[in-house]
Design a protein around this ligand. Structure first.
Ligand code: FES
Length: 201
């Protein structure tokens, strides 16, 4: 078998190679920093496209004043053609689609109760329980470990919730992203006779 012998560099050529590598390294670093700082570079543009702070969000709609919640603790509103109800309970606002995901019951007429550690609205039609903060449907079942004990379980998010903001005494609602479907969506375009008995504005 033939061995290939690599040429051995002299001390002078080693020094030349070392200098050349140092220059190449410095040149690469300078170019990199120019790219990072150039205003037209991608990274700079990415930094400029930060999302707007919440208070600058102009897609939120003014639905009521805080004082409107004093008596009934709830307000019915229409936001971009969607019927919503806003509840005020224990110092917090929560907005949901107004029509119950089960069969379109009027949630703004429902009682508010704490169930299984969650504040819920009880639909007046068939008593379904819906958590205000998450839109989850709750049901009572027995604990498999102890069948005599009943517990509250979640059916998952069934009722669409929306974001509520308060600015200078005004209550604003921003609709959630409707591209992600929710069961209550079906009833948002329906008209019911019960509308005539509704509370709120
Ligand atoms: S419509 Fe709400 S529980 Fe049936």
């Amino acid at each position: 078998m033939k061995l290939k012998v690599l040429p051995i560099l002299s001390a002078g050529s080693c020094k030349f190679l070392e200098n050349w590598l140092t220059l190449a390294f410095l040149s690469f670093n300078m170019n990199s920093s120019v790219l990072q700082e150039h205003p037209a570079s991608g990274s700079q543009n990415m930094g400029q496209t930060r999302s707007k702070p919440e208070e600058e969000d102009d897609s939120a709609v003014l639905v009521a004043q805080e004082e409107d919640f004093k008596e009934s603790k709830r307000v019915r509103a229409r936001v971009n053609d969607r019927e919503v109800v806003i509840f005020y309970h224990d110092g917090k606002y929560n907005a949901l689609d107004l029509r119950c995901y089960h069969a379109g019951g009027p949630l703004h007429l429902g009682e508010i109760e704490d169930i299984g550690g969650q504040t819920c609205v009880i639909c007046p039609w068939h008593k379904y329980k819906i958590a205000l903060a998450t839109g989850e449907g709750l049901y009572e079942g027995s604990d498999p470990q102890d069948p005599k004990e009943t517990m509250w379980f979640s059916k998952g998010v069934k009722q669409r919730i929306h974001k509520v903001m308060v600015r200078n005494g005004g209550v604003y609602v921003k609709l959630s992203d409707t591209r992600i479907q929710c069961e209550s969506d079906y009833y948002t375009s329906k008209t019911f006779d019960e509308d005539n008995n509704m509370l709120g504005s």
